[in-house]
Design a protein around this ligand. Structure first.
Ligand code: PLP
Length: 265
């Protein structure tokens, strides 16, 4: 039987991010994908025009239906505190009853790249209290790391390492800080903080293209690697390679499109 991932997150009607991106990523790694939809959004690449949260009890029912036998769990957009609470409770009831030690990758999605909040401020606090201690890996980008640091009361401008230490003191396991938002950087440099170990860096070339759903893609590919029994560094390395390949393919398509346009009569 094909091993399954359970992906908990939002539907992006444009298909760029969210659960459709997760399903494509799971398929790339040869896994099937079960989903628990937390919110339905209407989006283009430029704006989110509607956001409809799914009732928390319906989110919990989807998890109860899909968690049994899943080899790993990936969490993305959650929307609001009530849904975060429902997800944590449903995971406790289903995963702990069926299997212990299912890896959980938590992508603390706060905002779309078009600027719409995808988790309300109360939701961030609930996420820190309920889901953080359950996460095998947390995958914040730099703005998300800062928001987590603010919530924990760290001073503005606190170093990434200090925020990670505060998150780990609250029960987080490994933290992968994604450097894609770093100003002036020439490559995409992500740093893995494993408790009690040296920091490990993962770099990939930085692309001029802005692609949607790269955070979803990376987190889901890491969850897929963990589901297949890879170590965390191995899963992260392969996940970065998968995202890089998507950028390369999109770049080729872009070049081809402009070439074709340029040669049209
Ligand atoms: N929409 C949904 C439903 C998402 O889950 C996410 C990210 O997880 C986004 C939008 C944000 O993606 P992007 O950064 O490409 O806007």
């Amino acid at each position: 039987m094909t091993p399954a991932l359970l992906c908990i997150g939002g539907m992006d009607s444009s298909g760029g991010a969210g659960l459709l991106r997760d399903a494509a990523t799971a398929a790339e790694f040869g896994l099937s994908c079960r989903v628990a939809v937390t919110a339905v959004t209407a989006q283009t690449d430029r704006a989110v025009s509607a956001l409809h949260p799914v009732p928390p009890e319906v989110v919990a029912a989807q998890i109860a239906a899909g968690a049994s036998g899943a080899r790993a769990v990936k969490i993305g957009m959650l929307g609001c505190g009530a849904i975060v609470r429902a997800v944590a409770a449903a995971l406790d009831q289903t995963l702990d009853r069926t299997r212990v030690g299912v890896p959980l990758v938590l992508d603390p999605v706060l905002r779309s790249s078009s600027g719409r909040d995808l988790l309300d401020p109360a939701g961030l606090g609930v996420l820190i209290e309920t889901l953080l201690p359950r996460a095998t890996l947390l995958t914040p980008n730099l703005p998300e790391l800062r928001a987590l640091g603010d919530w924990l009361g760290l001073p503005p401008g606190a170093e990434a390492a200090a925020i990670v230490a505060a998150l780990q003191a609250r029960g987080a396991g490994a933290v992968l800080v994604k450097g894609g938002h770093a100003e002036g950087a020439t490559d995409a440099r992500d740093r893995l903080y494993l408790p009690g170990a040296e920091i490990r860096e993962f770099t990939a070339p930085r692309h001029a293209l802005a692609l949607r759903g790269t955070g979803c893609h990376l987190a889901c590919a890491i969850a897929a690697g963990l589901a297949l029994g890879q170590t965390l560094p191995e899963a992260i390395g392969r996940a970065k390679a998968s995202v890089t390949a998507r950028f390369a393919a999109a770049g080729r398509a872009d070049t081809k499109a402009s070439f074709e346009t340029g040669t049209m009569p």
